[in-house]
Write a protein that binds this ligand. Sequence first.
Ligand SMILES: [Mn+2]
Length: 358
Amino acid sequence: MKVDFEKHYFLIKNFLSTIKGKTLLIAHYDADGITSALIFSRILEKYGQQYNKDFFLDVARDSYRSEYNKDPEILKTFQSYDNIILLDYCFDSYKELENKNVFVFDHHISGDKDKAYILNPAWVVDPNDLPSASAIIYELYYYLFGENQLLKKIAFIGAASDFMVYASLPYLHTTTSDKELFMSNSILIKPIIFDIFQNLQCIYEKDGEEISLFEHLLNNTKNDLSGFFYFSNEHVKRILDIEKLELECTKEILDGAIIDHSKKCIIINMPKNKKEIKKYILNILELMYSDYTKVICIERKNTFSCSLRSSDVKLLDFVNDLKSKLSGFNGGGHNFAAGCAGPLDKKEYIISELKKRL
Ligand SMILES: [Mn+2]
């Protein structure tokens, strides 16, 4: 089911046509977040806004949600902006932003709902019907200015990276016959799209590289997608280093997987020094074991963190349940993809609780 955001788009159009002051974009630190920020920047440019003069970018990791309203530095930063736009991200409360123009584009469940400034289909649709944030922002562009093939492709990259291609298609106003995106006669995405978002993940998820990657893409996707293929030497090196690690370690990591075929569950304990390829391993598992529940654990000295994917267990409910029961346990995400972390001595208990639900 597609959510109709036309009323929201109308409101945003009014806001944009009289936009004043400085705008801060806050984007989630993944490929959906960065593609969302790119498309929203193109919208702002259409209204005469300039990057680094009228609008600016900040990048939010998952922990930002629980920190921003307690951190005086962040609150002070907010005060110097008139408009705050959250992309692929939301806050638990917008009280601190009462005197600002705020718009929220997200598909994570958290904080307020039923507000005119919040565009979030997660409150109304089944997790399988969730589009990427990039697809919603593309639809805003489409509402304002009509079709744009290039931005549609950029939105598609965000959707593919979040594994939300099918539910995103109605928002992209495209069909499966769109030859630029799909293998011919098939709904499989082109492998090149997989490579593109893998590369984004390699660079963007490294602390401190987010803004430079965003600026690179903003400058080099004006006429075509070339920014997604050509990177600085430093970024190329990072991609190659991670790809080397992927080639060297993937087989060993997959060989060590604990697979329970009767429960359709696969658990991987990943060494801490390989954590840079965790996302890659998850993506590979998504292709190899699409209907299995996937758990990737990384252990540290006294703590562990887990990335979870499942279509059988409502992961966000599961994580929230454990959060209310266990002290020192944290987590969040979607019902089909979530993350959690806690004391190491609780790890086995958490996995057994997860398995009970399968
Ligand atoms: Mn997303």
